[in-house]
Design a binder for this molecule. Sequence first.
Ligand code: IMP
Length: 427
Amino acid sequence: MSAVVVIGTQWGDEGKGKIVDYLAEKADVVVRYQGGNNAGHTVVVNGKEFKLHLLPSGILYKEKICIVGNGVVIDPEVLLKEINGMKEKGIDTSGLKISNRAHVIMPYHRLLDAVEEEYRGDFKLGTTKRGIGPCYMDKNAREGIRVVDLMDEEDFCAKLERNLEAKNHLLKAVYGVEGFDYEAVKKEYLEYANQLRPYVADTATVLNDAISSGQKVLFEGAQATLLDLDHGTYPYVTSSHPIAGGACIGAGIGPTKISKVIGVVKAYTTRVGEGPFPTELKDATGDHIRERGHEYGTTTGRPRRCGWLDAAVVRYAGIISGIDYMAITRLDILDELPVLKLCTGYKYQGQLLKEFPASLKVLAKVEPVYEELPGWQTSTSGVRRYEDLPLNARRYIERLSEVAGIKIGIVSVGPGREQTMILHEMF
Ligand code: IMP
């Protein structure tokens, strides 16, 4: 049995797409289990760039089953655009399976995401405005529309009518904006239904059958640990469960089926949106990392906040998800820095904290405890073997591993598949 979960350990954008793409080559099945098109992966294959938002990265390989699980929220317009974009580039999408239990993002979810953010004013969350939060809200309120409902015209129309009545009223009465026309939304979504129908399946069955027959399965987390609804920096989080446990709920497998958990760690830290960020650099070093690392959102184009590597965050992610190995990405972005700082923990009111703070008030006030390490000031992007990395680069990541208490499994020094060093085989 071989089912590997790949998750982000920080605030997202760790380069999970590249790691998943690399591991997908050996997998038979690749699964997305949470989030939606708030995620954005850029994968480079033979110098060609692919931007993925909803499709699992495995789609770029032939003959893989790619599953969009029940825990994902699907904007059908975006998904169809992505499927058609792949077809135009000659990518075969016939292995794609979309869960009949996944929830559907509706136009009112997108609008509500935008107006609710505006309404929050100074307390805005910095969402991607893709309708993710409002769609999960409806799911939890047991008012959502699932893919299985969309496939049944009668059910869909009844649910849409009921939902539109409530949402249009909310939009008008509370936010003062116009809602949506029933006939127009109905026509648009029934057309999406026709196009999506060939891909719809009971994906938990497909997945469990695949695991039982010895196939290799890769779970692709979107977002990351500190954006997890329960374990992240609430309320500055997303509305789903990007941690390893989320794979069980969002795909329909038992925890006993997971054989390995890999945590992707960017060699520095970034964050988009609002919320505390203890190691943030609001200086020239932060700007250097942003420019050298092209740290601008794949989904929204927003500049990302940049900072030193925070091993306290990685240690916390390791505990919450039971991470076996780290995949360290973007080490090459630090190539030019003369000195690096590694945050090993936090002090609050003079005391070293033993736990990652639940209170954002505390997190906003903690003082990071730094260790200074010498940089390597030489290019690593051409290195192909771990032993060939500059000594100071190895010292940096080995110290991270020590502080976080997680073994190093993979080190990446560039976007290409060939710029990946494997220290432990994952399948
Ligand atoms: P939402 O997921 O659009 O509701 O946004 C909630 C928070 O999660 C915001 O701070 C977003 O910037 C952040 N977020 C959502 N998706 C991603 C991602 O893929 N990478 C990084 N941050 C994300």
